[in-house]
Design a protein around this ligand. Structure first.
Ligand SMILES: *Cc1c(COP(=O)(O)O)cnc(C)c1O
Ligand SMILES: [Zn+2]
Length: 420
């Protein structure tokens, strides 16, 4: 049981579980396939096994592409190195009320070791890289991946090369360099960085987590779906709102739900899947609006840098999923993103980065448009931490500065009507 092979998404050609990402026959992307049908024979036993597993993504090991058995402690060292997952699912009644909805949950994936959902994908890709004997980890990053690869390399004792666009947020650069990595700032945008890394992956014997290790990397995102279902008591939400950069997270969350539906581990149907992009980089939302099956690449210009992929690898699959799940893919402006960050912070106490502002603003837009039935159970997927994109909230609120004097407080703060 477990992962059986890599399979082409286009022509179904099969390959061994190697560091390989593109089909030799048709150049389609490869995906991990599993032989898990027998797990359906004992659903209560499977649920118990998951619930008794480690408090991280490795509780879902049956659905992840590692081949080695966990060690005597129940985990191999590469799995235990920097555990990701088991992040809070928070019922957000005040947010729901503001939006005129009944049941909204916030899946706060900022609560991962390097404060974004990327720890899930890097945990899986780096563990598989170790199994395949790689000594060097590398990535092309829009920011959060850089943080996570550098940290996992540190935890595993692997050398890392991290390639980023040179204009990334300073917080993300600092939160990467601190782990001790070969940090390469490329003068160009993410798509330029990705092109360089694709070329390098042919020339260096490195595990590029999102290039030659991409099929394994992508599987890590499914654990978000498993957790949501488990945290809702083995039930699915009616709708999920998910940010889209390459489209990997958005499509893999659906893959996770579908795998569990297929086994009978959960019942019902695939949730409506809403994708969220920033207007300054919205190739998928634009194709959706135009009714196209493929995306036309764009040059990104948005404060949501973690979502700034102009040529999204999983764009066509994201469009297909939006159609199949009765969902949609929307884009919001930078001002709406700033407002989304504030709305989430003020109603839930969760401070998210620009990607989460994008998702929250998209939920607000869907609610305002009347696209969400008030009876629905909605999950808002928050993928990153606000402290990494502080510039996005600078100037969005005021404060009172006074001397340490009672009178000044009364006059200038209370007199001004408290809240600046
Ligand atoms: C990488 C990232 C995403 C989405 O990435 P995909 O390429 O679409 O899988 C979403 N939010 C944050 C904060 C990210 O760093
Ligand atoms: Zn193929």
């Amino acid at each position: 049981m477990g992962a059986s092979n890599l399979k082409c998404r286009e022509c179904a050609a099969e390959y061994a579980l190697e560091a390989r990402y593109v089909c030799e026959r048709c150049f389609g992307p490869l995906e991990v396939a599993y032989e898990n049908a027998r797990l359906a024979d004992d659903i209560p036993g499977l649920r118990r096994r998951i619930q008794g597993g480690p408090q991280n993504i490795w509780r879902y090991a049956d659905f992840l592409p590692l081949t080695a058995q966990p060690g005597p402690s129940g985990r191999t060292s590469s799995r235990a190195a920097l555990p990701a997952g088991c992040t809070p699912l928070i019922r957000a009644d005040r947010l729901a009320e503001r939006l005129g909805l009944r049941e909204v949950w916030v899946k706060n994936d900022a609560a991962n070791p390097t404060h974004s959902f990327k720890d899930r994908v890097v945990s899986v890709a780096s563990a598989r890289a170790r199994e395949l004997g790689y000594e060097v980890l590398a990535c092309a990053s829009t920011g959060n991946l850089a943080n996570s690869v550098a940290a996992h390399g540190a935890a595993l004792g692997m050398e890392t090369y991290v390639f980023i666009p040179s204009d990334l947020e300073e917080q993300k650069i600092l939160a990467t360099g601190v782990y001790g990595t070969n940090l390469v700032k490329v003068r160009g945008n993410y798509d330029d960085v990705n092109r360089l890394c694709t070329e390098l992956s042919g020339e260096r014997d490195w595990a590029f987590v999102n290039v030659n290790m991409r099929p394994y990397y992508a599987e890590g995102s499914k654990t978000l779906a498993y957790e949501i279902a488990e945290q809702l008591g083995w039930e699915l939400p009616d709708r999920c709102v998910v940010p889209i950069a390459s489209g990997s997270l958005y499509t893999k969350i659906a893959k996770g739900f579908e795998e569990w539906l297929g086994l009978g581990l959960v019942e019902g149907e695939l949730p409506v899947m809403n994708g969220a992009q920033a207007q300054g980089c919205s190739p998928v939302a634009t194709a959706w609006e135009a009714g196209h099956d493929v995306c036309r690449p764009v040059k990104p210009d948005t404060i949501a840098k973690s979502l700034a992929i102009g040529n999204p690898a999983d764009g066509p699959y994201a469009l297909e999923l939006a159609r199949r799940s009765d969902g949609a893919i929307d884009a919001v402006s930078d001002d709406e993103i700033r407002a989304g960050i504030r709305l989430l912070a003020e109603t839930t106490g969760v401070f998210t980065e620009t990607a989460g502002g994008t998702t929250t603003a998209t939920l607000a837009k869907l609610a305002a448009r009347g696209d969400i039935d008030p009876s629905e159970r909605v999950v808002l997927v928050i993928t990153g931490e606000g402290l990494k994109t502080l510039d996005a909230v600078r100037g969005t609120f005021e404060s009172h500065e006074i001397g340490a004097s009672f009178d000044e407080f009364v006059e200038q703060v209370e007199g001004a009507g408290a809240r600046a």
